[in-house]
Every structure is written in structure tokens, then in C-alpha cells.
Design a binder for this molecule. Structure first.
Ligand code: IMP
Length: 451
């Protein structure tokens, strides 16, 4: 059982990229299991900043096999652009493996994403417009195009024809738009196929073999628990399963392959897009959080909504994901406040809820019940030991641990790798600045292999 999962415990953008990157250097294989290029991970390594959308963070380490699992929906144009961008910065993509069963985002998925949002008017979801929902809808409808279809032009064309017959009918008749051409898409995607073919594999088997051989595997989440299609704040969710179940369906491993499940949570909460958010602060507090935390989406550049930490939701994330620990990020952002509020329940029509209410209307209309904790005001961005945090900051972390019922295993106090408080014994390597990037003399850890 050498599998570790890192997933979002809130509405995405929790800082999973940094945490994944921190843990990745002692891994042999890193696999993404859900979402598509609606995701955005920012990884800061020394002076280098990487913005990854489809590519798992493991790609930054030459010894790691990087997997895009079957649960991911892949826009091949975006993936190839990302590969080109990384390669131009000296990072090899030779170790990238793409599941033959992953579904493709097609040009018409982007069109339908746009149409879907427009037709919802003021009830729109605020999607990332990357075609993610329509791609997953086609998958569930058994009309999807898969990565393996790229390997057989005849099959690809036949499937595309069937799909486009339906899509074009709706596009032209219901929405007065131009139809898509089979030939144009075929030519475009066959060019992608040529470049992607060497990377396409049965990645479920690959991960299984790695685990069997005692190699360390990290499952890298995208989005977050509250954006989960089943367990999130439906319909204001994404169309995949960023929760723990998504690891199994999205990569083809089983629960016994997993040892640790780390939920990444900000010390406050943010969300992009529409939907309920009880602790949202549409005031100076939220503005301060946004400014200090640089709360703009990596993918869309949209301003994120900000609010106090919600322990009801964090406990929910612990429960539905069976979390074994929490990585608490952006604690330094809270240094701005004299007093810090934490939501510990909701009130609705005289009733108190300590769990996520079973009806969305209650969640929409409830009043958060806050506890107020002392702030610390000190700059904590260079603190590297938990004991060196100001007392009020330590208390805040302990409060989160007690409320969540699982340990806070990592605390992030800034974007750099060095700005992290971790249980040292968990890590084999010292935390230097950007230490393992495309260096010629890089020595992989035991069990790792070089490109
Ligand atoms: P979609 O995934 O593009 O369909 O968007 C559905 C909802 O999920 C919208 O509210 C998006 O803002 C949100 N969403 C999707 N991906 C992310 C992410 O990586 N971080 C935060 N929110 C996301």
C-alpha cells in the first residue's frame, strides 16, 4: 500500500499544486485522476513559476513517471501546448503516460459549454468554458471520443460522424450556429494523434505494477470536494469526481492501494463561479484576503470570492474523503487580521446545523455561526517549525485539527517550497529552493529511474 492521495478539501484552488510538488520528489509515479484543463496548478520552484493545467506536477521531476488517468478529460491541443511549453523550458515529457481510456474534449464540447451557460442566463454556473461538462456528459451518454480512438483513424472518423450528426442537428436547428466539419476535426485530431501516440498506454496496469513493485505513487487531485458532481454543492459543481471515489474510477486502482489521503484546505475559503458560500465576506475582509492571497484563478484569471474558514465544510470533506490528514495552506494571509472568525455551524429558522444541511435551500439561506479566535498579526512567512509560530497561530492550527479530527500535517506560509512547515520525519530530503528541476546531476531517490 504505497499510494498517497492529495485532493482539494474545499472549492478548489486550495494550493494543491504546491503540496503535490512538495511530496512529488519522493514519489516514483504521479497520476491525475479527474477534471481537465479547467484546473490550474501554480508551482513555484525558486525563481521559476509553472502554471500547469492538464499536466500532473510530477512532470517537473525527471525520475517520475507522470500519468493522466482515464478519469481525466483531455483537450489534446491544450496538452500539446503545455508539453511544448515545458519542453522549451528544458523539462522532458518523455515520462508522460496517457490513459487509453481517457476521454477527449472535442471542439463541439467548447461550443456546448458556451451555449449551456448562455441559455441558463442568470442561473448560470460560471464554468471555465473549457468544454468539461459536455465532455463528461458525452462520456456518460456513451457518445464520447476516447484517447485510444486517436490510434485508429477509421474508428475515430466513424465515431465522429455519429457524434456530429447529433451535435450539428442541435447546433444548427436549436441554436442557429454553424455545423462542425468531420473532415476538419479529423485532420486536426489525427495531427495530435501522431504526437500523442507514443504516450498512450493502459495506465491502470502501469500504476498497478508500480504499486506491486513497492514504488511510491501519488494521486494528484484537481478541483475540490465541494465541486464534486455527487458530493459538492450541485448544480454549482464540476462534472467529475474530485473526491476520493474519483481516484478509483479515474485511475483503475482499488481502496486497498491507498495509505494516506491528504486534504488540502486554505486557512480561509475561496470559490470561483456561482453558488452558495455561507462564510463569504463581500466586504473589506474578503478584499484583504483576496489581495494578500492573490486570489485570481490560474486558468481563467477570475477574481475568487473569499470568506472565513468553514469547519462544517472541512469536517464534511474529512468524512466523505476519509481523510487521514490536512495540509493547511495560506496561513500567512490571516496575519492581516486582529481577530479571526471560524464558522462552526449554520442557523436556519431557529435550528442549528453542525453538518452540511440535507437541503440546498437551507445551505443557501443559512446564517453561519462563528467562533472568534485571536489573531497574531506577525509575519509568519519565514517560519519553518510549528513551535516557532506565534501562540495564536498555533492555537488556530490546533483548533482546525480538533474540529476536523485529523492532524494538520503540513502548513503553508507562502508560495515557495521553503515556506512550509512539515513534520520533518515525513520527508527524506531537505527543503531547498527548486532543488530537483532539470539538473544534470540529479540523483533519483532509491527505486526511481532517470529518463
Ligand atoms: P467547469 O468545471 O468548467 O464545468 O466549471 C464548473 C464549476 O467548477 C465552476 O464554478 C468553476 O468555476 C468551478 N471550477 C472548475 N475547475 C475549477 C478549479 O480548478 N478551481 C476552482 N474552481 C473550479
Amino acid at each position: 500500500m504505497a499510494g498517497t492521495v492529495i485532493l482539494g478539501a474545499q472549492w478548489g484552488d486550495e494550493g494543491k499544486g504546491k503540496i503535490t510538488d512538495l511530496m512529488a520528489d519522493r514519489m516514483d509515479l504521479v497520476a491525475r485522476f479527474a477534471g481537465g484543463n479547467n484546473a490550474g496548478h501554480t508551482v513555484v520552484c525558486g525563481d521559476d513559476e509553472f502554471k500547469l493545467h492538464l499536466m500532473p506536477c510530477g512532470i517537473l521531476y525527471p525520475h517520475i513517471t507522470t500519468v493522466i488517468g482515464n478519469g481525466v478529460v483531455i483537450n489534446p491541443r491544450v496538452l500539446l501546448e503545455e508539453m511544448d511549453g515545458l519542453q522549451s523550458r528544458g523539462i522532458s515529457c518523455a515520462n508522460l503516460k496517457i490513459s487509453c481510456n481517457a476521454h477527449l474534449v472535442m471542439p463541439y464540447h467548447l461550443a456546448f459549454d458556451q451555449i449551456g451557460e448562455q441559455s441558463l442566463g442568470s442561473a448560470k454556473l460560471g464554468t471555465t468554458h473549457r468544454g468539461i461538462g459536455p465532455a463528461y456528459a458525452d462520456k456518460a451518454d456513451r457518445m464520447g471520443m476516447r484517447v485510444q480512438d486517436l490510434l485508429d483513424e477509421k474508428i475515430f472518423k466513424a465515431k465522429l460522424e455519429v457524434s456530429l450528426e447529433r451535435k450539428n442537428a442541435v447546433l444548427t436547428k436549436a441554436f442557429g450556429q454553424d455545423p462542425f466539419s468531420v473532415e476538419e476535426i479529423l485532420t486536426e485530431y489525427m495531427a495530435y494523434a501522431e504526437r500523442l501516440a507514443p504516450h498512450i498506454e493502459d495506465t491502470s496496469l502501469l500504476i498497478h505494477d508500480a504499486l506491486r513493485d513497492g514504488r511510491k505513487v501519488l494521486f494528484e487531485g484537481a478541483q475540490g470536494t465541494l465541486l464534486d458532481l455527487d458530493h459538492g454543492t450541485y448544480p454549482f459543481v464540476t462534472s467529475s469526481s474530485p473526491t476520493i471515489g474519483g481516484v478509483f474510477t479515474g485511475t483503475g486502482v482499488g481502496p486497498r492501494d491507498i495509505e494516506k489521503i491528504i486534504g488540502v484546505a486554505k486557512a480561509y475559503v475561496t470559490r470561483v463561479g456561482y453558488g452558495p458560500f455561507p462564510t463569504e465576506q463581500e466586504n473589506e475582509i474578503g478584499e484583504t484576503m483576496g489581495a494578500r492571497g492573490v486570489e485570481f484563478g490560474t486558468t481563467t484569471g477570475r477574481k475568487r470570492r473569499c470568506g472565513w474558514l468553514d469547519m462544517v465544510l472541512l469536517r464534511y470533506a474529512v468524512r466523505v474523503n476519509s481523510l487521514t490528514g490536512i495540509a493547511l495552506t495560506k496561513l500567512d494571509v490571516l496575519s492581516a487580521f486582529d481577530r479571526i472568525k471560524v464558522c462552526v455551524g449554520y442557523s436556519f429558522q431557529g435550528k442549528i446545523f453542525h453538518e452540511l444541511p440535507p437541503h440546498q435551500t437551507i445551505f443557501h439561506k443559512c446564517e453561519p455561526q462563528y467562533l472568534e479566535l485571536a489573531g497574531w498579526n506577525d509575519d509568519i512567512s519565514e517560519v519553518t517549525e510549528r513551535d516557532d509560530l506565534p501562540e495564536a497561530a498555533r492555537r488556530y492550527v490546533e483548533f482546525v485539527e480538533q474540529g476536523a479530527g485529523v492532524p494538520v500535517e503540513m502548513i503553508s506560509v507562502g508560495p515557495k517550497r521553503t515556506q512550509t512547515i512539515i513534520k520533518r520525519e515525513e520527508y527524506r530530503r531537505p527543503l531547498e529552493e527548486g532543488p530537483y528541476l532539470y539538473r544534470e546531476d540529479f540523483e533519483p531517490p532509491a527505486g526511481g529511474v532517470r529518463d
